[in-house]
Design a protein around this ligand. Structure first.
Ligand code: UT7
Length: 331
């Protein structure tokens, strides 16, 4: 049997925790304000996971919805990928927990760590599995409980992030649908521009390190901002060109939702109007790997994406990592 040429997006799902935390709520216990957060980031609120809403729980919810929408039985899934930098445990992979939770006995399962770029990385890997013929179908889930890594006393970071999960089903197709081109990139020299230092093999968590709050994320916001704009623009241009298209052919850009000012800077540099960008970070904040699939989900639900549309996904995150994917919508 010859390999299918394409991996269509046959289903999509999302999940966010119950609890909503507004900027005003943060301002009650931190030296910040709704005005500062809105004007510097565009964020108004975020969802924050409770103790029963760990990564595999949100991942399974999003994955189940994506399978239902695709009309696919869990037993038919060949591979499940969970893109996350906040797994349930150091090991085994959260994808294994999801494999059991959704009842996908045939599925190979692995996690993929590319921080906020995780979904775009996963879309490249998952589509390649389908296009090579190694998997007929892939359930790709991006899920992060990023607030687990947050120091709620650090106003530089805690106002920016929220929790969530998004998922897509990739299914073999002979129609020119799904991923048409993609590229992924990284710059390891920038690893400490945004990182969590303690808790791995480099610095195993000790009481002293916990006391110093080294289990939490730190970040050089201004530097990340500059790299994000450059990384997303260059990789977007490449993805569009590699698909044999121009920016005029792109119906909608679904960018990583970190800061509306980053998205505005990308729009300006790509010479595209903001109307062509989907933005929902006002309600979710930066949900790390989940940000792009949650935005894609809402764009579809709101009728912003139509069959046959070319949609550009672009992301940037810790690592540093980045990537873009040009997809053609339709199941
Ligand atoms: O997925 C990738 C993850 N990371 C990112 O995307 C982050 C990218 N960077 C950004 O989004 C922006 O750089 C931030 C939103 C993090 C910061 O915005 P900025 O315009 O670059 O502000 P800044 O870092 O230059 O800080 C301006 C001021 C500082 O005070 P001083 O030194 O000027 O007196 C900060 O201390 O704002 C202060 N500040 C705050 N004030 C009120 C920082 N955080 C807050 C806060 N509330 N939450």
């Amino acid at each position: 049997m010859s390999s299918p040429r394409y991996a269509a997006i046959a289903g999509w799902g999302m999940a966010v925790p119950r609890r909503v935390v507004t900027n005003d709520e943060l301002a009650q216990r931190l030296d910040t304000s709704d005005e500062w957060i809105r004007t510097r980031t565009g964020i108004a609120q975020r969802h924050v996971a409770g103790p029963d809403e760990f990564t595999s729980v949100l991942a399974a919810r999003a994955g189940r919805e994506a399978l239902e929408r695709a009309g696919m039985a869990p037993e038919a899934v060949d591979t499940v990928i969970v893109a996350t930098c906040t797994p349930d445990r150091p090991f085994p992979a959260t994808a294994c927990t999801v494999q059991a939770a959704l009842g996908m006995p045939r599925a190979g399962a692995f996690d993929l760590a590319a921080a906020c770029s995780g979904f775009v990385y996963g879309l490249s890997v998952g589509s390649a599995l389908v296009q090579s013929g190694m998997s007929r179908s892939v359930l790709l889930i991006a899920a992060d409980i990023f607030t687990h890594l947050i120091d709620w006393n650090d106003r530089n970071t805690c106002v920016l992030f929220g929790d969530g999960a998004g998922a897509v089903v990739l299914r073999a197709s002979e129609q020119p649908l799904g991923l048409l081109s993609s590229n992924i990139g990284a710059w390891g020299e920038g690893e400490t521009l945004m990182a969590v230092d303690a808790g791995g093999t480099l610095l195993p968590a000790t009481p002293a390190l916990l006391e110093e709050r080294r289990q939490y994320v730190y970040m050089n916001g201004r530097e990340i901002f500059k790299h994000a704009v450059r990384g997303m623009c260059e990789s977007s241009e490449r993805a569009v060109a590699d698909a044999g298209l121009t920016m005029d052919d792109v119906a909608l850009v679904v960018p990583h939702q970190a800061n509306v000012r980053i998205i505005e800077a990308v729009a300006k540099r790509l010479e595209l109007p903001m109307e062509r960008f989907f933005v929902n970070l006002d309600r979710y904040g930066n949900t790390s790997a989940a940000s792009v699939p949650i935005a894609l989900y809402e764009a579809v639900q709101q009728g912003r994406v139509h069959a046959g549309d070319h949609v550009l996904l672009t992301a940037f995150g810790g690592g540093l990592t980045w990537g873009s994917a040009l997809i053609r919508w339709g199941a």
